[in-house]
Design a protein around this ligand. Structure first.
Ligand SMILES: Nc1ncnc2c1ncn2[C@@H]1O[C@H](COP(=O)(O)OP(=O)(O)OP(=O)(O)O)[C@@H](O)[C@H]1O
Length: 254
């Protein structure tokens, strides 16, 4: 399913659940924050959790919190992230990594807009807008049984695919300018300009790490460049990734 850019901004203003799909580094978290900022919840909290980095138990406790005495070591009541997101947006990153038990609990929260803290039966109502992201094919996962089909349908009310950078070469240079300015700003140095030869090198990259890789290359370049201009020799690309054509001798000033 493909939606135009204007359709994507229409959905930002709604409460609809959005599923962002794309390779690592394509900007899923940036898109989730932008959707939140464009919504009428912008003044509310934006709470994120990465489902791939925590163990199942820790993730359960982080998401739902627990009541004092719910298990050994639970010495005090903990409000956790779903409660903290009340009135705002909850961003579930790498949702395809959720284990089946947590998938079931999450489905209940999304369907019933309420949940129970670990250790209590009293339900807590929450008003949360859900945005989920994954680098996996969640539809395929739901077909092969590794992801609940009902949860997949709940999450993919409005699916948005973020294409890899190599499939949108027209975005490379505009993004490079923004990322270079950001890197220079962080390094507290005047913003560098691109030399005449630098765009060819940037456009020749494979960018398997997508925008994140582009940002890293430009940050390194901003550290290395000592004049006002960024030259091809400052662009240290990952040798396993880019397919940069060799530059004619002397073109980059080396
Ligand atoms: N539109 C954009 N403009 C400027 N920078 C961007 C844009 N999109 C992404 N970036 C930058 O690219 C990097 C990766 O973005 P982000 O973390 O959103 O990607 P992701 O798809 O969520 O990655 P992962 O799946 O690995 O978590 C970040 O440094 C982010 O600031």
């Amino acid at each position: 399913m493909k939606f135009s850019a204007s359709a994507r901004w229409k959905v930002a203003r709604t409460h609809a659940t959005v599923l962002l799909q794309g390779e690592s580094g394509t900007g899923k978290e940036v898109a989730a924050r932008a959707l939140h900022q464009q919504s009428d919840r912008a003044q509310g909290p934006f709470v994120a959790i990465n489902c791939a980095t925590l163990s199942e138990n820790l993730l359960k406790s982080e998401l739902f919190g627990h009541e004092k005495g719910a298990f050994t070591g639970a010495t005090e009541r903990k409000r956790r992230r779903i409660e903290l997101a009340h009135g705002g947006t909850f961003f579930l990153d790498e949702v395809g990594e959720l284990k089946p038990g947590l998938q079931a609990r999450l489905l209940r929260v999304i369907q019933e807009r309420a949940f129970e803290r670990v250790g209590v039966t009293r339900t807590i109502e929450v008003d949360v807008r859900w945005i989920a992201a994954t680098h996996r094919d969640l539809r395929a996962q739901s077909s092969d049984g590794s992801f609940r089909e009902d949860l997949y349908h709940r999450l993919s009310v409005f699916p948005v695919r973020l294409p890899p950078l190599r499939d949108r070469p027209g975005d490379i240079l505009p993004l490079a300018e923004v990322l270079l300015a950001r890197a220079c700003h962080e390094l507290k140095r005047p913003v560098l300009g691109l030399s005449e030869a630098a765009p060819r090198v940037l456009l020749g990259g494979r960018w398997t790490g997508n925008i994140r890789e582009l940002a890293n290359v430009l940050e390194r370049a901003a550290i290395l460049a000592d004049g006002p201009t960024l030259e091809p020799r400052h662009l240290l690309m990952d040798p396993s990734g880019p397919a940069t054509p060799p530059s004619p001798a002397g073109e980059d000033g080396t």
